[in-house]
Design a protein around this ligand. Structure first.
Ligand SMILES: [Cu+2]
Length: 370
């Protein structure tokens, strides 16, 4: 089914040498390069039929922690899928994804493990794709080796030599376009001794979507290279969709009081850093930039997560509450779609937090939106 001739792929992409896909593109793309509109040609006033009901990855879909004491080998296949889906109800967008979800599947290995990674690009794709792993020593993090035109599959083998939580992302010539369309994910390389045990783990990806319409404007949104060049996104989202993990969309995430929660965040960008904050809580332990090695920082309120990087944070949950995970550049929350909520179920502990103390009148108070 898949042709593995890499030269054909490079010819298909119009790329003379490997350098231009190994890192950042050196020239601005043209509409012909990208196979996509620079303005409104893709856009229509009615939503396109969707290929999938949902691109937002399930945050609870996290591989089990590593408990092995020896190295092993992994055979992993990522499939590039170009799908039309909704950013929010009535707003469709042409996503590019790994395995049909945003972010792509979380991969979890142990330092010293080896990985055979295959990238499959189905024949029905319009674009060539590849994958650059920041956990890999080698040209382009594997981008050159894995470049695959529609109908091709290419791969690499690597050893995960250094620990941490790392982004992987598509890195073809117009890599910002591909990432903004959804092509990024996370690989966690655990230390040989593993991570401290927790009760719940969640996985989120933040990124910006640059379209040719306004937030909430119904219809199909074409991609806007102009807005991307100016770093003026339409949406800033978790897992590719507006307010995905809230009661009005896929529901909140749930934990029980007293559970220790670990959150893995990958910031795909392509341009914005996240200022990752749990409203109503704190990162009791923070693994900045995804570095899992001590010293681990404690009680971080807002963690800067650059595009192309990751963060791992842990929270305690001593009281029942709704925790709101946000980028504390709050207009992205109030106006551009970024929010994930965690409900902590349990018994009130007024010695820690009392929302109705006897001394304060509360009948006339308005609740905070955030
Ligand atoms: Cu791609």
């Amino acid at each position: 089914m898949f042709d593995t001739t890499r030269r054909r792929t490079l010819e298909w992409l119009g790329i003379g040498g490997a350098a231009s896909i190994a890192g950042c593109a050196s020239q601005a793309p043209t509409a012909e390069d990208t196979g996509a509109s620079t303005s409104t040609a893709q856009s229509t006033s009615t939503p396109k039929p969707t290929d999938t009901d949902r691109v937002a990855a399930d945050p609870a879909d996290v591989p089990d922690p590593i408990s092995r004491s020896e190295s092993t080998h992994h055979d992993i296949t990522l499939t590039t899928e170009e799908v039309v889906a909704e950013i929010e109800a009535g707003v469709t967008f042409s996503y590019m994804t790994f395995d049909g979800q945003v972010p792509g599947p979380m991969i979890r290995v142990r330092q010293g493990d080896t990985v055979s990674l295959t990238l499959e690009n189905p024949p029905e794709s319009q674009m060539g794709h590849n994958v650059d792993f920041h956990a890999v020593y080698g040209t382009g993090g594997g981008a050159v080796a894995t470049t695959a035109a529609p109908g091709e599959a290419n791969g690499m083998e690597f050893q995960a030599r250094y620990p941490g939580a790392y982004i992987y992302h598509c890195a073809v010539t117009n890599l910002d376009y591909h990432i903004s369309s959804g092509m990024f994910g996370m690989i966690v390389v655990e230390l040989p001794e593993g991570l401290p045990p927790v009760d719940k783990e969640f996985y989120l990806g933040q990124h910006e979507i640059y379209t040719d319409k306004g937030v909430g404007e119904s219809g199909h949104h074409g991609f806007s290279f102009e807005n991307m060049a100016n770093e003026q996104p339409t949406y800033v989202v978790f897992n590719g969709e507006k307010y995905p993990f809230t009661p009005d969309r896929y529901g909140t995430l749930s934990v029980e009081q007293g559970e220790r929660v670990r959150v893995f965040l990958v910031d795909g960008g392509p341009n914005y850093s996240s200022n990752f904050h749990p409203i109503g809580n704190v990162w009791s332990k923070g693994y900045r930039d995804g570095s899992l090695e001590p010293p681990i920082e404690k009680h971080l309120q807002t963690a800067k997560v650059p595009p192309g990087s990751c963060f791992v944070g842990e929270m305690e949950t001593p009281v029942p509450e709704r925790i709101k995970l946000v980028d504390h550049a709050l207009s992205r929350v109030a106006r551009r779609g970024l929010l994930a909520e965690i409900d902590v179920a349990g018994e009130e502990r007024p010695e820690i937090f009392d929302p109705n103390p006897d001394t304060a009148g509360s009948e006339d108070e308005e609740g905070s939106a955030y």
